[in-house]
Design a protein around this ligand. Structure first.
Ligand code: SF4
Length: 382
């Protein structure tokens, strides 16, 4: 299997290299952080826009996504930066806190929920970073007893444009003395340059989404290859970071068993298992209108044409029998290689599925949030 075979340019594992132009809102232009980003982006054309405006669309949505993903907008977040992950009551969620750093992504996964969720095609990044850090500090102060697991990847990829923004360095250093929290930076890129040499104090976990070689090659455009992701992960482990991996979305496709087994074997061949804090599994689930958008943008993609049921969260999912089969296969492959301290869990699944796959429901071990809080708390002491 040639893991480097991809049908699209990966940007050398750095998708920020695909950005073609930058727009800056007028009232952001003089911020030192904006200037820092523009210095790193030297050579790219820059346009200044009136505040609270968008670059003119290049066509109707979602066709405009193609250009929008190449156009970076530096803007202000006027809403909240920090909020709970919008999980649904019906499925076991991990009680994650989301840090909203921007919208959209220069990579292009066929299954990306953002295609259906966003209505603006541009890649936006929030430069009022001082407001973000102040909001986190006040949230921590308001609930001093609480343990926080924080991620930045809900509306974008955590590291995709980090070469330009350097946000990872700011967040890792900010989190280093926050004993009540762990930050997870989750990506499909291999952009880790800003993580080198930081005194992270074990408070940052660097995470990669993985899939079968077939899915990565066909359905994840402009992402880093498996080799690039795992080399980056091994380098981060060498710098003392703890790691996480997410098999999400697990997609049913011909030879899926072999494909996922190959990826898992490659993972444990390249990355020290002791460095892995947690691994999640999540079978494909999607809002029904995502299928129409993906069909129009990626007409050769077939995986949305399997049979699905509508779940309690109004998302389409595989039938329970197939979900259990997928999870059991991956779980067996992971469990026989993983270190005992690594938490392996299902993302957004029912107690019935948990019992079928793991033999217990999360509540029997204190709940999924507790299981992961314990894994996160253990991270800095491993
Ligand atoms: S890397 Fe993540 S955010 Fe970016 S296109 Fe893929 S699924 Fe969407």
């Amino acid at each position: 299997m040639n893991y480097e075979t991809k049908k699209s340019d990966t940007g050398g594992g750095d998708p920020s290299r695909l950005i073609k132009q930058i727009s800056v809102e007028e009232d952001c232009l003089d911020l030192p952080y904006t200037q820092e980003i523009l210095t790193r982006a030297e050579g790219l054309p820059v346009t200044v826009l009136p505040s609270r405006s968008y670059p003119p669309p290049t066509g109707p949505y979602p066709e405009s996504l193609k250009e929008g993903k190449r156009h970076l907008l530096l803007t202000r977040n006027l809403g909240r930066f920090f909020k709970p992950c919008p999980a649904t009551r019906e499925y076991r969620c991990c009680d994650y806190q989301v840090l909203n750093i921007g919208m959209n992504c220069p990579m292009d996964c066929v299954y990306c929920i953002l295609q259906a969720y966003l209505n603006n095609p541009h890649l936006s990044f929030f430069v009022n970073i001082e407001d973000m850090l102040a909001e986190i500090k006040s949230a921590f102060a308001a609930e001093p007893e609480r343990f926080w697991r924080i991620g930045t990847g809900e509306f974008t990829d955590s590291m995709a444009i980090d070469r330009l923004t350097g946000l990872s360095r700011i967040l890792v250093e900010f989190m280093a003395n926050k004993e009540q929290a762990v930050l997870e930076l989750k990506t499909k890129s291999a952009v880790i340059g800003h993580l080198e040499g930081l005194k992270h104090q074990g408070r940052t976990v660097v995470a990669w989404s993985l899939n079968s070689p077939t899915v990565m090659a066909r359905e994840e455009l402009h992402t880093a290859s498996l080799q690039q992701r795992l080399q980056a992960a091994a380098q981060c482990a060498d710098w003392g970071y703890k790691l996480a991996f997410h098999f999400d979305p697990i997609i049913y496709h011909p030879n899926w068993q072999k494909g996922y087994s190959e990826t898992i074997a490659q993972l444990f061949a390249m990355v020290p298992k002791e460095a892995i804090a947690w691994i999640s599994m999540g079978a494909l689930r999607f809002l029904p209108n995502l299928k129409n958008i993906a069909d129009s943008r990626f007409p050769n993609s077939r995986f949305f044409h399997e049979e699905f049921i509508l779940g309690l969260d109004n998302k389409s999912r595989y039938f329970r029998k197939l979900r259990v089969e997928l999870y059991r296969h991956l779980h067996n492959e992971l469990q026989k290689r993983a270190a005992p301290h690594t938490a392996i869990y299902c993302c957004m699944e029912s107690d019935e599925i948990w019992r079928d796959v793991f033999g217990y429901a999360p509540e029997e071990k204190g709940g999924l949030a507790t299981i992961l809080d314990q894994a996160a708390a253990a991270v800095s002491t491993l």
